[in-house]
Ligand binder design. Structure first.
Ligand code: SAM
Ligand code: SF4
Length: 367
C-alpha cells in the first residue's frame, strides 16, 4: 500500500465530485474503526478565563476587543465543574483559557494536583503559549495533555494573523515538539478557511500533523468575528481567489478524513465550530468521516457568552446535563458507543475492534 503523498492530498482537497468524496469519507471511517474503534470519547470543556494578552487577528478574545466582558473562574467553580464531569461520566476535562497572565502558574499547578488527587479525570490544559518552566511545572503536577493548535503551517500567514508576543516567537510548531518532549500527549490543529490560506498550505498542515506525530488533532472552520481585523475585513492577506480555501463544512470534512487516514490512531474531535456551521448535523457528520471525540461544554452558563471566540457558537444555551444528553443521543444514533475512562491515544487503540483491513480502500484512494 502506497501512502498518500502531498499531490494526493492536494487532489483530495480540491475534489468536489460527491461519489469520490463519499469514497474518501468511507475510507476514513473504516480507518477510524480499525485503529480507534467505535467509542466516542467525551472531553468536558471548562473555559476558565476569557482574559487574553494576545492580539490574534481572528479571535474574539483578543485583548483589543473592548466590547467583551471578561471573567476568570474561581477555584471553587472549577472544582464544581470537575465534580459535574465525573457525575456525567466523562474521563477527561479540558481546561482552556485565553493567554491570561492573571492565571498564576502555581495556582494552575495546585488545581491540577487537586484534580489528580480528588478525581479520576485525565487533565488536558489549553492555556496558550507558555514558558518551558510553566509547562514543566504543570506536567510534574500531573497534567496529562496539552492542546495548542498551530492554526496554519504557512509561516508567513501565521505571522500575519498571530502577532508574536515576544520578538521572534515562540513558534507554535516548535513549542508542540517541546510539549511532547516534556511527556504530555500533544494536541495541535488548524482552522480551515482562514483568509489567505491556500490549498497547498492545507496539504502541508496535514503533513505537519504526521511529522509531529500528534496525539490529538483539532480541525475546525475559521468563523469570522466582526470585532477582529480578519473578520471585519480590515486585514486582508493577499491571495489569488482560486487558491483561497473556503471556510466550508465540506472542506472541514475533507480535512478530518485526510487527517484520520494519515494519522490513524490520533484522537480527532468533531468540533463545536463545525456544529456552529451545521447545527443539525455538523457534529454527527464529523464523527462519520473520521472523528472520535466530542467536547461537551461544562463552563457555567453565566460565563458562556463571555467566551466568544467567534459569534453564534453552537450549544451556548445548553446546560452541562442537556449537553451531555444531546451528545450521547447523537453518538448512539450513529450506532457508536460512548468511551469510558480517560481515552488517551494508546487506550483508544486498545479498544479498537478488529475489522477487515482497509488497505484495499486506500489503494483505490490513490487512483
Ligand atoms: N488561548 C489558547 C490558544 O490560543 O491556544 C486557547 C484558547 S483559543 C480561543 C482556542 C482556539 O480557538 C484557537 O487555537 C483557534 O484555533 C480557535 N479560534 C480562535 N478564533 C477562531 C475563529 N474566529 N474561528 C474559529 N476558531 C477560532
Ligand atoms: Fe488569545 Fe488564544 Fe484567542 Fe489568541 S486564540 S486571542 S491566544 S484566546
Amino acid at each position: 500500500m502506497r501512502e498518500l503523498t502531498k499531490p494526493d492530498l492536494l487532489a483530495w482537497l480540491g475534489e468536489s465530485r460527491p461519489a469520490r468524496l463519499q469514497e474518501l469519507y468511507e475510507s476514513a471511517d473504516a480507518v477510524r474503526q480499525e485503529h480507534v474503534g467505535d467509542a466516542v470519547h467525551l472531553r468536558g470543556l471548562i473555559e476558565i478565563s476569557s482574559h487574553c494578552v494576545r492580539q490574534c487577528m481572528y479571535c474574539g478574545l483578543r485583548k483589543a476587543n473592548r466590547d467583551l466582558a471578561r471573567y476568570r473562574m474561581t477555584r471553587a467553580e472549577i472544582e464544581n465543574c470537575a465534580r459535574q464531569a465525573e457525575a456525567l461520566g466523562y474521563g477527561t476535562v479540558v481546561v482552556q483559557a485565553g493567554e491570561d497572565d492573571g492565571l498564576a502558574a502555581d495556582w494552575i499547578a495546585e488545581i491540577v494536583r487537586w484534580f489528580k488527587r480528588e478525581t479520576r479525570l485525565a487533565v488536558t490544559l489549553s492555556l496558550g503559549e507558555r514558558s518551558e518552566d510553566q509547562l514543566r511545572l504543570w506536567r510534574s503536577a500531573g497534567a496529562d495533555r496539552y492542546l495548542l493548535r498551530f492554526e496554519t503551517s504557512d509561516k508567513s500567514l501565521f505571522r500575519t494573523i498571530h502577532p508574536f508576543r515576544h520578538a521572534g516567537g515562540p513558534d507554535r510548531i516548535a513549542l508542540l515538539r517541546r510539549i511532547k518532549a516534556l511527556g504530555y500527549e500533544a494536541g495541535g490543529g488548524v482552522m480551515v478557511g482562514i483568509p489567505g490560506q491556500s490549498f497547498e498550505s492545507l496539504a502541508n498542515d496535514i503533513m505537519t500533523f504526521r511529522s509531529l506525530d500528534l496525539d490529538m488533532i483539532g480541525i475546525g472552520p475559521y468563523i469570522a468575528h466582526a470585532a477582529t481585523p480578519l473578520g471585519s475585513g480590515a486585514l486582508r492577506p493577499d491571495i489569488a481567489p482560486s487558491e483561497q480555501v473556503p471556510a466550508s463544512e465540506e472542506m472541514v470534512y475533507k480535512m478530518i478524513a485526510l487527517a484520520r487516514i494519515i494519522c490513524p490512531d490520533a484522537n480527532i474531535p468533531s468540533t463545536t465550530a463545525l456544529a456552529t456551521l451545521n447545527r443539525t448535523d455538523g457534529r454527527k457528520r464529523g464523527l462519520k468521516v473520521g472523528a472520535n471525540v466530542v467536547m461537551p461544554n461544562l463552563t457555567p452558563m453565566k460565563y458562556r457568552r463571555m467566551y466568544e471566540i467567534y459569534p453564534a457558537k453552537a450549544c451556548i444555551d445548553e446546560g452541562a446535563d442537556d449537553c451531555s444528553r444531546c451528545l450521547r443521543a447523537q453518538i448512539s444514533s450513529l450506532g457508536r458507543s460512548t468511551g469510558s475512562g480517560p481515552g488517551g491515544r494508546g487506550a483508544a487503540a486498545m479498544q479498537a475492534v478488529s475489522v477487515p483491513s482497509v488497505s484495499s480502500q486506500l489503494v483505490q484512494l490513490e487512483a
